[in-house]
Design a protein around this ligand. Sequence first.
Ligand code: SF4
Ligand code: SF4
Length: 371
Amino acid sequence: MADKYLGEPVGKLGFGYMRLPKKGEEFDLETINRMVDAFLSAGMTYFDTAWVYQGSEEAMRKTLVERHPRGTYTIATKLPVRMAAAPEDLIRFFNTSLERLGTDYIDFYLLHGLDAKLNEKAESLGAWELVQRLKAEGRVRHYGFSFHGKPEDLEEILAKHPDAEFVQLQINYLDWDSKDVQSRRLYEIARSHNKPVTIMEPIKGGMLASETSAIAPVLKAVHPDTSVASWALRFAMNLDGLIAVLSGMGRLEQMQDNLRTVQHLKPFSDAEVQAVGDAAELLRSSPRIPCTGCRYCVEGCPSKINIPMMMNLYSDYLVYKTTANVDHVYEIFTNNGAKAKDCVACRSCEEHCPQKIEISGTIAKLSALLD
Ligand code: SF4
Ligand code: SF4
């Protein structure tokens, strides 16, 4: 493994400011301060936020930038191309990020969440030219993009934009060979273009961390005393070509566990590879609610509930035995729409469901978990 990529030390855990601890509706700044201090004391330096993570850039200013010398850590934030309506919005977003963060430069600046279509928009708005200019002016030290799309689209973007210095990819042992995400192919494409990688979702938003999930006994049979989460982190950290592996840590204990994993990092043995493969297979074959997403149920719902989304989330809960990530996605999707508690149990949806799913009962269970 190289010692540095883009002049930065590698093999680092990144502190993702996406799932920060809260006290009521507000960020729990005291706890975040303690987490920041523990993280820096352990020799970690990479902090990740985004324009669209509400309040997160400001929280990073208060807990990191105003409390530690600027040269002792690196900040990554992201340009929300999706939200831009005109070229001038882009520089406005960048300046807003600087202001919220209380800094005059960004170490790692990413075009946020590109796929083929969003890259077309980025190109037409001049986003690539903007990040080149910001780098030339020293206001951005490195630029790249985070990616949520198909392998062939990643190939195309990297071929068209060889100046991108790094790529951020969703990689974890469950998505590694999945049909949807195809982490392995994405990673191989990025590396074939000689791009270093930052990894997001190594623990799948916390879904690969549940100590009560079906995979826990499989993993504990090999290492009774290590956490379920540590396996997922090790899988990601053991890849070559990494700038950082980001984890959106919401509790000090999670951070301490992750730091232990990173500080005692070892490659997987054959038995460990087998255990992770078995765990992934177990999760893939776990029964889900048989919703096909046909949406026949949606139109007649008096409460305008996004029923397929709720079936999917409850399936995730059943498989992973945790509300981690499920609660986060639920919050995003129901922020301006109907919640599970709005179901009036009229069961009109069930008359239209070809899969004969007990929709109202399932929604009541989801409501008990999340509302
Ligand atoms: S049972 Fe609930 S989800 Fe189904 S149609 Fe009635 S209100 Fe909507
Ligand atoms: S009708 Fe049934 S299968 Fe189709 S989206 Fe609704 S719940 Fe899912």
